[in-house]
Design a protein around this ligand. Structure first.
Ligand SMILES: C[S@@+](CC[C@H](N)C(=O)[O-])C[C@H]1O[C@@H](n2cnc3c(N)ncnc32)[C@H](O)[C@@H]1O
Length: 274
């Protein structure tokens, strides 16, 4: 398995995921203590000056444009603030991953577990979080760790963001959600998915409905028509049993689809059987 997120850090899909994640965590940290489990955490911080990031150009077409955009809606404010905190007012050379964003957003009584399988990514993750007192890291399979380490009581948010290199990632997302919610029926989740062709995505949504895991909200941001299934034509988020963030998620997906896409389209809708 060769996936390395540094090629994609700060791209349009990261902007959708991270802007939505920050809105969600801000809402969930208004209540009793929260545990966040990040099944596929990555390295925590990304070097946009690295040859990999420069070669792909994805950050240049994503976060660099967001930071320069005069029309980005206020819902991107927290992500822009985090990016500014890392870079100052100069060139955007560093981009925050989900671990950096989550650890920085939690309160002292909250806790965060970041899981990563790949040893060199795990080592960077450990370093990125070492000064965060309520953050822990675990090296291994995040799907299994999320279920093992899911507290049976209290409020839990799972962030599930696999690389989709393996065909069984879709099934494992649903199995992990089902097992975590058997253990803690209050467990909520934000799942990230690529949009390549509609068949794969629709099949995932049907399986999710059949699993009857609770109400779910779907966010789609397409940056181009889904005519070439070999390309990532967009991305989606599925929020399972979460608060109503329709307005915020619509603003995020709409801006990304329209401002970073070509003939882009966005949609936010509840999963029908929920
Ligand atoms: C899309 S990246 C994660 C990005 C991160 N969530 C963020 O938003 O900054 C996926 C990560 O999952 C890791 N990975 C792949 N398979 C895994 C598994 N079974 N368990 C945990 N991590 C895994 C990869 O090494 C990669 O770093």
């Amino acid at each position: 398995m060769n996936y390395r997120h540094v090629y994609h850090a700060g791209n349009f899909a990261d902007l959708v995921k991270h802007a939505a994640l920050l809105q969600l965590v801000a809402r969930l940290t208004q209540g009793p203590p929260l545990t966040v489990i990040d099944t596929h955490a990555g390295r925590g911080l990304y070097d946009l000056a690295s040859p990999e990031a420069r070669k792909s150009g994805e950050a240049a077409a994503g976060v660099v444009r967001l930071m320069a955009a005069p029309d980005a809606p206020p819902v991107f404010g927290p992500l822009k603030a985090a990016t500014l905190a890392l870079n100052g007012k100069g060139e955007i050379l560093r981009y925050p991953g989900s671990p950096w964003l989550i650890a920085r957003s939690l309160r002292p009584g909250d806790s965060y577990l970041a899981c990563e399988l790949r040893p060199e990514e795990y080592e960077a993750l450990r370093v990125a979080l070492r000064d965060r007192p309520n953050a822990r890291t675990a090296e291994g399979d995040g799907f299994a760790l999320a279920v093992e380490r899911c507290p049976s009581q209290g409020r839990v948010l799972l962030l599930i963001d696999p690389p989709f290199e393996r065909p069984d990632d879709y099934d494992r997302i649903i199995a992990t959600l089902a097992a975590a919610r058997r253990r803690n029926p209050r467990a909520q989740a934000l799942v990230w998915l690529p949009l390549k062709d509609l068949e794969t995505f629709d099949a995932f949504l049907r399986d999710l409905e059949d699993a009857e895991l609770g109400p779910a909200m779907v966010v789609e941001a397409r940056i181009r028509p889904l005519s070439d299934p070999m390309k990532m034509n967009g991305c989606a988020l599925v929020l399972v049993d979460g608060p109503d963030l329709t307005a915020a998620f619509s603003a995020i997906s709409q801006w990304v689809a329209q401002s970073l896409g070509e003939a882009g389209q966005s949609r936010v809708y509840p999963l029908s059987s929920s």
